[in-house]
Ligand binder design. Structure first.
Ligand SMILES: NC(=O)c1ccc[n+]([C@@H]2O[C@H](COP(=O)([O-])OP(=O)(O)OC[C@H]3O[C@@H](n4cnc5c(N)ncnc54)[C@H](O)[C@@H]3O)[C@@H](O)[C@H]2O)c1
Ligand SMILES: O=C(O)C[C@H](O)C(=O)O
Length: 346
């Protein structure tokens, strides 16, 4: 069956609404009008606190909560909070169209988390299919929405999402982000601890991807400038790279980072909404289609504006330790990207 027909069969039109296809979807420049945000995987460990933080955001006017189960309870609970965002629950594939229709921003934490001993890549077999199906829905029901993808392995799921959008004819690379904000949040926290600074005043650019050695915190480019002996810098870099595993081990089988991730995702969502509103100077790191290096997907600091990515900021100069890590990340990141592309193109 031709792809468009298969999508149409899989996802019926939302009740009483014309199919949006690629015609007038909400545009990015919103002024003070507020945003319609959909969270896919909203009843999960990340989804619930993330939805809480979005319910508290004055920028959000509609909050669509989608999951395969338990969405109604989460939505009922959040809907009692006296903020302006209207909360709705959408459960199961039949209700995905209503969750997505008209969304400006779609945040996706749907999928399984790691248990001790697993790598993020071990999640691929389950999460790749989940991400593909949800992105097919995005392509059909809110093709101009910005998409912030949290589901692991991010190094592969972002290329999968891009291929879904490419074959649906809706790909806008400047609107598709793998969320790596948690790496930045962790790096800022750990560097502040080591340097005796307030975490809020530290900014560490984190480049590459989101797994082990592909996470490259550029400690030589921290602001404010700090000077670290190489052994300390190496130890800090490794702690940042292994921070997800630190949480997985501490949770001992009960999942991976959820609360810090929810905060990081809410920060990234706020950045997207600020940029869509035309606020100048919005800069965040994220994992996106990129030509800054030989790798087709790469995380780096981006300046965001109403049209999405407006500028790839130049990569910071790397010192010897960072250059060595950069060389070591290449093969792993390339393999993860190809794995995602191969899956999506099958
Ligand atoms: N990018 C990052 O920095 C980062 C950080 C932490 C976790 N993660 C990843 O986020 C994902 C979710 O983690 P979690 O702790 O919230 O897991 P969780 O199991 O607590 O929640 C996942 C939710 O997804 C839902 N879900 C499953 N299949 C779905 C589908 N087809 N459609 C919609 N919803 C579906 C589940 O019902 C569940 O509510 C994992 O893949 C994890 O590895 C990424
Ligand atoms: O470590 C994980 O599996 C979850 C997430 O990618 C993280 O960095 O915390």
């Amino acid at each position: 069956m031709e792809r468009a027909a298969r999508l149409a069969a899989h996802f019926p039109a939302p009740q009483g609404q014309a199919m949006p296809e690629l015609e007038a979807q909400p545009t990015a420049a919103r002024g003070g009008a507020g945003f319609n945000v959909a969270v896919l995987g909203a009843a999960g460990g990340i989804g619930q606190p993330l939805s809480l933080l979005l319910k508290l955001s004055p920028r959000v006017t509609q909050l669509r909560l989608y999951d395969v189960a338990n969405t109604a309870g989460v939505a009922a609970d959040l809907s009692h909070i006296n903020t302006a965002a209207r909360v709705s629950a959408h459960t199961g594939a039949d209700q995905l169209p209503d969750a997505l229709y008209g969304a400006h921003l779609v945040v996706i934490p749907a999928g399984v988390p790691r248990k001790p001993g697993m790598t993020r890549d071990d999640l691929f077999n389950i999460n790749a299919g989940i991400v593909r199906t949800l992105c097919e829905g995005v392509a059909r029901y809110c093709p101009t929405a910005w998409v912030a993808l949290i589901s692991n392995p991010v190094n592969s799921t972002v290329p999968i999402a891009a291929e879904v959008f490419r074959s649906a004819g809706t790909l806008s690379p400047g609107h598709l982000f793998g969320v790596t904000t948690l790496d930045v949040v962790r790096a800022n926290t750990f560097v502040a601890e080591a340097a005796g600074l307030h975490p809020g005043e530290v900014n560490v650019p984190v480049i590459g991807g989101h797994a082990g050695v592909t996470i490259l915190p550029v400690l030589s480019a921290v602001t404010p400038r700090i000077s670290l002996p190489e052994d300390k810098a190496r130890a800090l870099m490794e702690r940042i790279q292994d921070a997800g595993t630190e949480v997985v081990k501490a949770k001992a089988g009960a999942g991976s980072a959820t609360l810090s991730m929810a905060q990081a995702a809410a920060r990234f969502a706020e950045a997207c909404m600020r940029a869509m509103s035309g606020e100048p100077g919005v800069v965040e790191c994220a994992y996106v289609a990129s030509s800054l290096t030989d790798l087709p997907y790469f995380a780096s600091p981006l300046r965001l504006g109403p049209a999405g990515i407006e500028e790839f900021l130049p990569l910071p100069r790397l010192n010897a330790l960072e250059k060595d890590n950069f060389e070591r990340m290449k093969a792993e990141l390339q393999a993860s990207i190809h794995k995602g592309l191969d899956f999506a193109r099958k």
